[in-house]
Design a protein around this ligand. Structure first.
Ligand SMILES: *[C@@H]1O[C@H](CO)[C@@H](O)[C@H](O)[C@H]1NC(C)=O
Ligand SMILES: *[C@@H]1O[C@H](CO)[C@@H](O)[C@H](O)[C@H]1NC(C)=O
Ligand SMILES: *[C@@H]1O[C@H](CO)[C@@H](O)[C@H](O)[C@H]1NC(C)=O
Ligand SMILES: *[C@@H]1O[C@H](CO)[C@@H](O)[C@H](O)[C@H]1NC(C)=O
Ligand SMILES: *[C@@H]1O[C@H](CO)[C@@H](O)[C@H](O)[C@H]1NC(C)=O
Length: 561
């Protein structure tokens, strides 16, 4: 854990003079050729990075085995903090920061230009805590998360220093490998969105490490072509393996050799999405750095992200390199920072192979199992907002919570309502999807609030439209615009979602203000990502996301008053 030996005398933050971006040379674009990254001059690009996000509030609970935060502070929205930190980041010798959650409503100009002027690229995770990510245990690829992702891209596409966007962090774990098709569908749709907007940023995913029969098939699944036509259309560009295999002073043979061999034939870019094991005892010597950029590893890996600039604690240790004073003005560096700085300072990149000698990637057919569990190569469809809006307006009972903070209620109402629907002889199949057998219900990509309305309508109709059955303790309202003779909820789903398998280029998200109270909602998630823990020993996205850890109270809270 965090200890005073880590700290040395405070160093006053250097405040950069705030000169404007006009006239400043844009950073070179980084692109992928085959399994490597190159800059515009054809020089190989390696990620020499650090994770850059303060840890959000972590609520300890059995439902939060990964110790993930339920809130976040957007590190690219606080210009003064970026100016405070940039000299330390430059001094560390990095060229990339990874941020785990950003808020598309905020302004990022100040930070993005501060980092651009310092030659620092950003790797931006698109997910947010709780319902802003693909749920590990009850995954969906839905309009709500798609909209959040495209809004973020719209906001960041104007900057010259976005290296790539991660569509998920540790969303697929060993005990729920059938989440992978949902993540791959996100890669497919975000990729086509970027391409439609002529945005060249790369698409990535950051993975939890694990046993060979988990991590290798997962990596291959995300970079394969399910159609067998060698197309890149649903492949990620870069696979970030969150890797904590090197602890203290280790060796290539002991820490990385097996992993490097396992990825030696990988078809797209591979790098360490996080690294920096704390045990056996702090401070970390960061001696893995010279290995990561050495001739042992450079043919396979394109660098990595050291975890973490800001303090970040978990059961596995204290991962921060600096501390920030309580008035947010002063940075105090620790021994971890000094050690990483000297290791990063000693790196020279191996500029090989040359870009012209590298052949384009091929995209093989997909693995059919991950962690020995069958996963379908039939991916979920592209979330279709218009179809979901059509359905919503046709539903006889609508989810109308009395609070804007409704995502927990959605998480309770859906399983509870489905229990009632089942007792009444109906089925909630259309709201769920199964990545194991490639079955995706017509309503499965709709916003969770619309799914709740759908379930409530099924029950209301199954009980002969008894007004009490639409109440759900005050969370439901009968839709007076739907005449009693209209098609029922299931028929509305069939007519509104006429092409349930359709894949298409998503359009920009509607403005977040123009929607009704029930048109944007939370995940129906619950559950524990427990078995994933046995696969690795990292801090597990301390500042990150990956699931909605909502407590499903099932029937407990419910009466039909
Ligand atoms: C984004 O920032 C706005 C403005 O401060 C705030 O209202 C909103 O709740 C934030 N969104 C998230 C997801 O934190
Ligand atoms: C939102 O609801 C959850 C669960 O009911 C509660 O823990 C949380 O404090 C609420 N947040 C706000 C801002 O009301
Ligand atoms: C998450 O839930 C909140 C309400 O609790 C909602 O405002 C927000 O839009 C939801 N986000 C997503 C991506 O569904
Ligand atoms: C797919 O799996 C789900 C359970 O997750 C099951 O309800 C459904 O019947 C299965 N469909 C097929 C076609 O096997
Ligand atoms: C809605 O559901 C919540 C349970 O999540 C319950 O506490 C509340 O009483 C219900 N009714 C209203 C009017 O919010």
């Amino acid at each position: 854990m965090f200890g005073s030996p880590l700290l040395r005398a405070p160093v006053l933050a250097t405040v950069l003079s705030g000169f404007l971006a006009c006239g400043v040379q844009a950073l070179p674009k980084i692109t992928r050729t085959g399994k490597y990254l190159y800059d515009e001059s054809g020089t190989r690009f390696y990620i020499k990075g650090v994770a850059y996000q303060e840890q959000g509030a972590v609520v300890e609970s059995a439902d939060n085995a990964f110790g993930e935060p339920s809130s976040f502070i957007d590190p690219l929205s606080v210009g003064d903090a970026c100016k405070r930190d940039v000299s330390f980041l430059k001094d560390l010798g990095i060229n990339t920061i990874r941020v785990y959650s950003v808020n598309s409503s905020l302004n990022h100009d100040d930070c993005m230009s501060t980092f651009s002027q310092a030659g620092i690229y950003t790797l931006i995770d698109l997910s947010l805590p709780l319902n802003g990510s693909i749920d590990r245990n009850q995954p969906a690829w839905g309009t709500n998360v798609l909209d959040q992702y495209t809004r973020t891209i719209d906001v960041f596409s104007k900057y010259d220093n976005v290296l790539g966007y991660n569509i998920g962090n540790e969303a697929v774990v060993g005990d729920h490998p059938t989440t992978a098709p949902f993540v791959k569908a996100a890669a497919r749709d975000i990729k086509s969105y970027l391409s439609s907007k002529k945005i060249t940023a790369l698409i990535g995913y950051a993975a939890i490490n694990g046993a060979a029969d988990f991590r290798v098939p997962l990596a291959n699944f995300l970079s394969c072509d399910p159609s067998g036509a060698n197309s890149d259309s649903s492949s990620i560009d870069m696979y970030g393996l969150n890797n904590y295999e090197w602890c203290g002073d280790s060796t290539f043979a002991a820490a990385y050799q097996g992993t490097t061999q396992a990825f030696s034939n990988y078809n797209v870019v591979a790098y360490f999405g996080e690294f920096g094991c704390v045990p056996p005892s702090p401070p970390r010597p960061w001696t893995e750095v010279k290995e990561l950029f050495s001739s042992d590893m450079a043919p396979v890996w394109s660098g990595g992200i050291a975890f973490s600039y800001f303090p970040a604690s978990s059961a596995a240790g204290q991962f921060g390199m600096v501390t920030i004073s309580s008035d947010s003005k002063t940075v105090t560096t620790g021994q971890d920072y000094d050690n990483l700085k000297s290791q990063y300072g000693a790196v020279s990149f191996i500029n090989s192979p040359s870009q012209s000698s590298v052949s384009a990637s091929s995209y093989p057919t997909c693995p059919t199992t991950i962690n020995s569990v069958a996963v379908s190569t039939k991916l979920p469809p592209t979330p279709n907002e218009a179809a979901c809006n059509c359905l919503e307006s046709a539903l006889s009972c609508q989810f109308t919570p009395k609070t804007s903070n409704y995502s927990t209620i959605v998480g309770e109402i859906i399983p509870f309502g489905c229990g009632l629907v089942g007792q009444a002889g109906g089925s909630c199949d259309e709201i769920s999807g199964d990545g194991g057998n490639g079955t995706y219900g017509r309503v499965s990509y709709c916003d969770p609030a619309i799914k709740a309305s759908y379930v409530m309508s099924l029950y209301y109709e199954a009980t002969n439209k008894n007004a009490q059955s639409c109440s759900f303790a005050g969370n439901g309202t009968v839709n007076s615009k739907v005449p009693t003779s209209v098609p029922n909820a299931a028929a509305a789903a069939s007519s509104c979602v006429a092409s349930p398998d359709a894949v298409f280029v998503p359009s920009s998200a509607p403005s977040s203000t123009g929607k009704g109270s029930s048109s944007s909602g939370g995940s129906s998630a619950s559950g524990k990502p427990s078995a994933g823990l046995s696969l690795t020993e990292g801090p597990h996205a301390l500042v990150a996301v990956g699931m909605a850890a909502m407590v499903s109270l099932l029937g407990a809270a419910w009466t039909l008053a």
